[in-house]
Design a protein around this ligand. Structure first.
Ligand code: PGA
Length: 241
């Protein structure tokens, strides 16, 4: 695992360049995408590059990591809506080729069909991850099995609190989500994780220097052959080398 520590802006630029280089080399790449505050600036850079004629999304296929249970794609806080607003509506992507787990129709029995769709598309070339304050990746909370495929999870109270900023009140934050499992994530050929701000520093320290353990789900990434973490100076403060 490569850990790059730099300013937030430089982390964003370098991560965006990795996506851009892939799309130039492989225009029909399969991307794994994340929501939340962390990837927003990266999506902004990709939109700029599209508008400048440097990259195209015409042949790209995407699979998002997760979605809230109970929110349909029109809900303002759904991750489908986030992706439309932050990326898809601004580039030449074919919406039929964009996938976000279905927060309304997914059941415990059919959730892993998402893995089959990823496999049928040829697997994910490059997957983008954020990290939760508690070390989660996707919505794989501490204690999650490393063997899990896409499944429905109960969200931790700390995750609901962290995401309450997007909702009118904590009571409106869904209690469950559909998420790619850790096995699904580990199948991606290449992974980029971005972590910004001091709130992520303990999770990053645990992931980078602690034991590989389900207590810090992101630590599993050390077992993957091609992971780059872009960690800004704030999120790097607890890494002891
Ligand atoms: P954030 O979320 O980018 O909004 O901090 C990251 C995550 O919870 O994975």
């Amino acid at each position: 695992m490569q850990v790059i520590i730099d300013s937030t802006a430089k982390c964003v630029n370098q991560a965006a360049e990795r996506f851009s280089a892939l799309l130039r080399r492989k225009p029909d790449a399969v991307l794994g995408l994340a929501t939340g505050s962390t990837p927003e600036a990266l999506y902004g850079k990709l939109i700029e590059q599209y508008k400048a004629g440097i990259i195209s999304f015409k042949k790209v296929t995407t699979f998002n990591l997760d979605e809230y249970v109970g929110l349909n794609g029109d809900h303002p806080q759904s991750y489908r809506r986030f992706m439309q607003e932050k990326l898809f509506d601004h580039v030449d992507i074919d919406l039929k080729q964009t996938h976000v787990p279905d927060g309304v129709h997914t059941t415990p029995e059919n959730a892993a069909d998402y893995d089959k769709m990823i496999e049928a598309a040829g697997g994910i070339d490059l997957l983008l991850l954020g990290i939760g304050n508690n070390g989660h990746i996707g919505f794989n909370e501490p204690g999650s099995s490393f063997d899990a495929l896409t499944h429905i999870v109960d969200l931790n109270e700390s995750t609901r609190q962290a995401n309450a900023r997007f909702f009118a009140s904590i009571n409106e934050v869904p209690k469950q989500a559909v998420t790619m499992g850790i096995h699904t994530i580990m199948q991606a050929r290449s992974i980029i994780l971005m972590a910004f701000g001091a709130g992520k520093s303990q999770a990053i320290a645990g992931a980078v220097t602690g034991p590989v353990s389900a207590d810090v789900p992101a630590s599993v990434l050390r077992l993957h052959p091609d992971v780059t973490m872009f960690v800004d100076d704030g999120a790097a403060t607890d890494i002891k080398v």
